[in-house]
Design a protein around this ligand. Sequence first.
Ligand code: GLU
Length: 488
Amino acid sequence: MTREIRLRYAPSPTGHLHIGGARTALFNYLYARRLGGKFIVRIEDTDQTRNVENAAESQMENLKWLGVEWDEGDDIGGPYGPYRCMDRLDIYHQYMNQLLEEGKAYYCYATKDELDTEREEQIARGETPRIDEKHRHATPEQKEAFEKEGRKPSVHFIVPEDRSYTVHDLIRGEVTFETKEMGGDFVICRPDGIPTYNFAVVIDDYLMKISHVVRGEEHLSNTPRQLMIYEAFGWEVPEFAHLALILNQDGKKMSKRDESIIQFIEQYREMGYLPEAIVNFLVLLGWSPGGEQEIFTLSELEKLFSFDRVNKSPAVFDSTKMNWMNNHYLKSRPVDEIMEMCIPPLKEADFLEAELTPERKEWVKQLVALYQEQMSYCAQIVPLSALFFLEEVAYEEDAKAVLKEPQVKEVLTSFRQHLNASAEYTVEAISAALKATQKETGCKGKALFMPVRVAITGQAHGRDLGQTIFLIGQEKVAKRLEQVIKSL
Ligand code: GLU
């Protein structure tokens, strides 16, 4: 019988949606869609010391924003729920009791301190740490004595001796682990009755009929332990695919504290990246379609994605490429949409008032249109357009050099005069004033435009000059020209 295709993303709610997590979710989602299967989001919250309030909700919200939607999950339910580990404790206990009854697991009464001390001693003796297995053989009397002392047992799984377990991985091929190197009988349930990840994940993947387990490489070494649990129950094992690490630009493993990379989807969203660009960038972190094409929509990817084109070696996170990708998508969007994304950072910078009149909005739209081609992300509108908002402009070094040229005073005086003489303040009138200045002074090209640009914007380079002067506004332009002319 062929298996139904069912994949899952199983985040631990320890924080916002991270780049690595988003990529894992995306690969699962794409493969499920490609094969016409189901995609499930399950919350793995058994490590309560690391849980962060609302992290699961925030992760799900950000996934939806990326366009990654699921068929079953903690928020929408489904036929195999609940989809949150802490709501499944009864289920885990039932299966754990089965292992205890069959002699495949046992109660261990060693306290955490005892286990830690033993571990330290083993390390000091130069041995590979191995969990204390003597409780495996504790007599009923010994157990009773421990209970009387008030000790609460954990449950340990009996690791078969001298065996090897091979993970058949869709990306890495066969990876074999020897049980003698695996540190002994491992904990499947803590004294507080909460199962460990390695146990819960197997029960959940089995009961939710998961056909493919796709997750980060850091879980590869957990997989042999999970295989032992599948074996103990006599269950069919899913397919596995472990995704290689994401490295930073220095080639180092990206850590959550690494400041060289913006790591959370939430942050990209706030900075004005588009979800399509992030998805496109993320999918290329380890997958390549084989060919020159680099721009893919989500629906194209849903038809193309496969694990034979996922790389075994780590992917490097290249922020420049991310910015290039986002710029590509930003440019193709209607300016109204980009304007809406630029307004919050402009308000945040106190450049815009809380309520915008229709005229003011029209002005913002023209401002955004001026920079849309150039922006990597929408928050860049703030530094790019500061000269439109500030009363005083700061003159950059190369701009100051321009103002030292001999023709500057004549050009600026003439331009001011022609501008003042125009009946209205429009892009056409500004352009006519520039032409009249050229005629009067005999200066043209750079000799004409540079002094005007520098005097009014403080910068030697920028966007379309006429439109820039128009959007800065008559009053500010007059003031800046006046100040510069006076200083010459
Ligand atoms: N909860 C795990 C994590 O957030 C995922 C484990 C798995 O996919 O099996 O890393």
